[in-house]
Design a protein around this ligand. Structure first.
Ligand code: CO
Length: 155
């Protein structure tokens, strides 16, 4: 480990790891119907939409207020998708909470040093060019926690 990196880890560990709640992930059966429901009922508009084959999802990001916080609607791409399994077990509803981090590599190091298990060895591509990882629910107080380092947004 390089000295500079060690310093960053120490800094992150003392100054706070999570900078804000980035989004809440909600599993839905039908993305288009869910988008329509959220717009009509809550006035929440879709600001971004994409398909992530690696994560097995089709997803829409809905801005809440100025869009600093968002709602992420997740629909399964196929039966093997983690979202498909979630829907089978629990039905539509809240699936994860995502915290924004400045430097995901540092935060992952700090988490591991505290005995927290992460789902991916290395961060993977998330929404809109972000880098993401997940904390195992058993090490997250029963909550699936996503860590997200945004590509192009002030933290
Ligand atoms: Co998410």
């Amino acid at each position: 480990m390089e000295p500079q990196h060690e310093l960053d880890v120490e800094q992150a560990a003392t100054e706070g790891l999570f900078t804000r709640i980035d989004h809440v992930g909600i599993a839905v059966d039908d993305l288009d119907r869910a988008k329509e429901f959220y717009a009509r009922t809550f006035g929440l508009q879709t600001v971004h939409e994409e398909q992530n084959a690696e994560q097995g999802v089709r997803e829409a990001m809905l801005a809440v207020g100025d869009g600093t916080s968002q709602v992420q609607l997740l629909a399964p791409l196929g039966p093997d998708s983690p979202i498909a399994r979630f829907l089978e077990r629990r039905g539509a509803g809240m699936q994860h909470i995502a915290y924004a981090v400045r430097d995901i590599d540092t935060v992952c190091s700090v988490m591991r040093s505290r005995g927290v298990r992460l789902l991916f060895e290395e961060p993977r591509p998330g929404t809109a060019g972000s880098r993401i990882n997940f904390i195992h629910p058993k090490d997250g107080g029963g909550v699936l926690i996503e860590l997200v380092e945004r590509a192009n947004r002030p933290h």
